[in-house]
Design a protein around this ligand. Sequence first.
Ligand SMILES: [Zn+2]
Ligand SMILES: [Zn+2]
Length: 499
Amino acid sequence: MSDRPGVTVPIRLKLFTSEHCFACPEVETIVYQVVGSSMGDLVHISTIDVDQEQDATAKYGIYEVPTLMLNDEIVLQGSVTEDDVRDILWTRIIEEILNSEKMAELRKQNMLKITLNAMYSVSEETLVRPYIGDYVHIGTVLVTTLSLYSLDPLMPELFYIAGKEVGKYGAMQHHLSTINPRIGTSIRPKKRFQEYLKALVSYYGGVEVPYLLAENAEIKDFSEDHAIIEIKNLVTAAVKSEFTEPTCSFTAGEIAGSAEAIMGKPTICTEIACQSKGDPACVFKLELVENEDQAKRTLPPSETKHDRAERRERFFELIHEVALELQSSLLMKKRLRPKIGDFVHISALQTRIMGLKLMDEFSSTLLYSAGRELGVIGPNKGILAEIAKELNISLPAGLKDAVRIMKKYLVHPSNYLGREYSFIKMKVIDEENDEYAIQVYDYANSAGAPNLGVKFCDFFAGYLAGRIHIITDEPPIVEETQCRGTGAEYCEFLIRPME
Ligand SMILES: [Zn+2]
Ligand SMILES: [Zn+2]
């Protein structure tokens, strides 16, 4: 079963539990046993405490524990036996595997579209965002990536797969062959590998392909079946933080995927040092292997409630620190990447977020939570009060006034400098019921996206919710109702009071 080709995305099983639930410990033990004994290489369990993670609990409408969910569907609830768990999981997992092939095809097409947009954009033929250009402050990529890494242990794996698909099916190969046409004409594998590595150095470190993903790249060692690649000031590691694990598995995936496509052999790439955890550079070990089995990475261990709580605790500290660093870069007090500056092409953000969203529906909730947290604790709170004063609004304000403040806040220079979006509009949806909308044009996450029926901007929805909470002193409900990813011209966020 696990050797089935094309099955690469781990299946996420969500187990909702609570401190006060009598049946939970036993069900937890059963689920762990069943998964651990026969499905460990396919399935990853996230144990979610309903009191700790209220965004997830509200989103899925969990009123009873224990509840077991696969994707957005409840598969088991209440007390269960081992046989129940085994039966239901196997049936559902087989369905899931069949479905995952369809999803992989969808991601492939999507990556191609996004990377083609990017290719035309960097060759200056057609900008995706004609009004503000296609570069965005690295903070946007960094904060989303780092928060996902800190909130969930499966993220490195998912980012690796997304990166690998970009390397394999996106425009990256085309770039590499354009940088170094000898890749295509070298017949001997060793020579070809060498030419590939030369191109890779320009791709990440040069200005020939101006995505500005990193500042410098070097090959430290190589043989016919392995290479050590060192990359400095990579977009996902440009802020020094206290991460305990590397944070650039998307890039590792890109390297593995492009090498696989060009060398025609399975590959595996591991990040063995990372600037995010204090190393002087990010270092990637690329290996060409003989069969798919050797290219397989092991899933992280399933996560208990306790692990998860600890991880969230660390995240709250970290995001605060990172946001402050980024703010001083945004205000140009400090350059994180002295040579090339702190902006990166939007495709770096889009390939990450879209790949992830088409792989794991739970990432929506994680992105929303991370955004909301940044909204509540992030920098620039003082500006909200200044704007309120300017508009003669006393705080805490009502929802309508809060939306007025936000409209101004979002285009305040300290935010606008990041070039995350172009225009912001406000709309009254239903004054009697206190419902409003904020429309965001050219939002970096989704600008130029094909219509996939998927909304991509959960992080921003969460951020709006967090900021509005500060202004009104009440948590609002913020929901993205339209997105470029669903064919709309702009992203629209509906804001209303909690029932
Ligand atoms: Zn790194
Ligand atoms: Zn959107």
